[in-house]
Design a protein around this ligand. Sequence first.
Ligand code: TEU
Length: 557
Amino acid sequence: MTSADLTDEPVARQQAADWYRSAVTYQLYIRSFADSDGDGLGDIGGIRSRLPYLASLGVDAIWINPWYPSPQADAGYDVADYRNIHAPFGDLQQARALIEEAHAAGLKVLLDVVPNHTSDEHPWFTAALASPPGSPERDRFVFRPGSGPDGDEPPNDWQSVFGGPAWHRVEGGEWYLHLFDVKQPDLNWDNPEVRAEFESVLRFWFDLGADGFRIDVAHGLIKDPALPSLNLSQQQILARVKVPDHPYWDRPGVLDVWQEWRAVGDSYDPPKVFVAEAWVESSARLAEYLRPERLHTAFDFELMRARWHAKELRETARISLEAHDSVGAPVMWTLSNHDVTRHVTRLGRPQQRTSGSNAPEFPQGETDVALGTRRARAAILYALALPGGVYLYQGEELGLPEVEDLPEEVLQDPTWERSGHTERGRDGCRVPLPWQRGGPSLGFGDALGWLPQPASWGELSVEAQEGDPGSMLALYREALRLRRELPQLGHDGGPLVWTGEEDQVLGLARGNGFVCVLNTGAVAVPLPPGRVVLSSSPLEGELLPPDAAAWILADQD
Ligand code: TEU
C-alpha cells in the first residue's frame, strides 16, 4: 500500500458515506409500479424487470413504500410482520435479489419503516387483545379506560388523521388509540420493548443490504402521557390552528428515538441513512430532527406547499436552506409523493396561498393540465438546480396528472370511508403506471391494474415518450444527466447565489458559470448571457416564456 492510498482512504470512506447528500431518489409505490404476475398489483418482480429503466433515467437511489405482510387497510402502512414480504409482492429471496441487482445497477435502496403504529393483525396486537387490561401485552400499545360514567365515551377527543375518533373500544371495555385507521393501533414508545424491537427490525433489513430507511410519521410516536383533550372547535380543526405543546405531534421525546436510530445506522460501514417524513410547523423545527447526532435528512414539504410565484419559491427555498445549513444537513426537495395531489394537477389549479401543515391546504379548483405540465417541467429544473437532494415520485417523470374521476366504488384509501364519503382520499395519485400505449393495463401488467387508468394515459406511457425529445421523460433524463455531469450542481457543488429579487422571475447561480432562471410571470423575459443547456419550454427567440425555466452555462474562454 502506498502512502497516497493511506491518505485517500478516509476521504474515500467519507465520500461513500455522503452519497445521500446530493442523491436523486425515485419513490417506488410498489403496488402501482409494475405487475410481473398479472394479479393487478405491482410487485418485486415488476421492479426487478424495470431496473434498467430506472438506471437509464439517471436516479441514484430508490425508496420502496412498505412491502411487508399487511392486510392493506392503508396500502401497506398497516404492517403485520416487519421482517417479511407481503406474499402478493414476492418473498424475502426476491427482496434480497432486488437489492443486489439495484446495487449492481448503481442504485442505493431505501425501505420504509412504520414505527408509529402496527396493523391490528400484528401478533403483538392480537396478543394485546387476548390479554387483560394492565398486562405487558397491552402496554405495547395505548390502551385506556373510557370516559363518562360507564366508560363508554372515548378517553379523550383526539381525532384520526383519516377522520372520526382516534379511539376504538374493545371487548372488556378498554379503548385503544389509533391516530390513523382503526386497523392501525398506535404503539407505546415509552415501552422499552417497542424500542428494542424496532432497532432489531432496522438491523434485519440493513443486514439484508438495505442502505437506509424512510421513516413514516417521524413527527409522531410520542404521546403526552396525560392524554389531554385538544378541545378544538370544528372551525379550529378546519383552520388547522397551531396547538402549543401538541399532545401527539412533534414532541421533543421523539428526537431521542432518532438519536438511538442514528447510532444503529452509524454502526455500519458505510453508515446507513434515514429520511424523515415529518410534518412539522417550520423548517427551523425540522432542523431539530437533523442535528448531526440525529437523522441525516427529511423531506422538505415547503416547496410542495409554495404557490407558483417566483418570489415565494425563492423565499421558501431560502428558509429551508438556511434552517438545514444551520445543522449541516442537505435539503431533500420534493414535489410529489403518494399522499398528495400530483403536482401537474396542483400547479394547473388556481394558486391560492397555502398554509398549515398538511395536504388539504393544497390548491383546489379547476385544473388546466397543459398549464400544470408546463409548470411541472419548470419546477423540476428549479428543484434539481438547488443544493441538496431530490425525491421523485414515480410517474412524475411521465408528467402524470392526478386522476380526479376515479369511480367511487374503486376508491380504497381509508379516508373515503372514515370521512363519511366527504373526502375522496389519495387514490388519484396512486394509479398504476402506463408503460405502453396499449394492453389491458397499458403495460403495467397482463391484467387490469388495481385502480383503472385513464385511456388517455397511453399517450403518456414510457413507450410513447421514448424517443420524443420534447417529452417529460426526455426532459427528466437530460436534466438528471446534466446534474451528474455539471460540477456546480448537487449539494456540494458551487455555492448558491440568488441573482435578483424580482417577484415573478428568479435566478440562482451555482458556483462557476451555472445559472437557473425561472419565470412564473405572464411575460417572456431575457436570459443572462451564456449557452442554454436545457430549457423546460422552447425559448421565444432569446426570451424565456412564462411558466418556464432554463439552465445556462456561461461561456468559459
Ligand atoms: O403519512 C403521514 C401523514 O402525516 C399523513 O397525514 C399524510 O400526510 C396524509 O395521509 C395526507 O392525507 C404517512 C404515509 O405517507 C401515509 O401514506 C400513511 O397513510 C400514514 O403515514 C399512516 O401510516
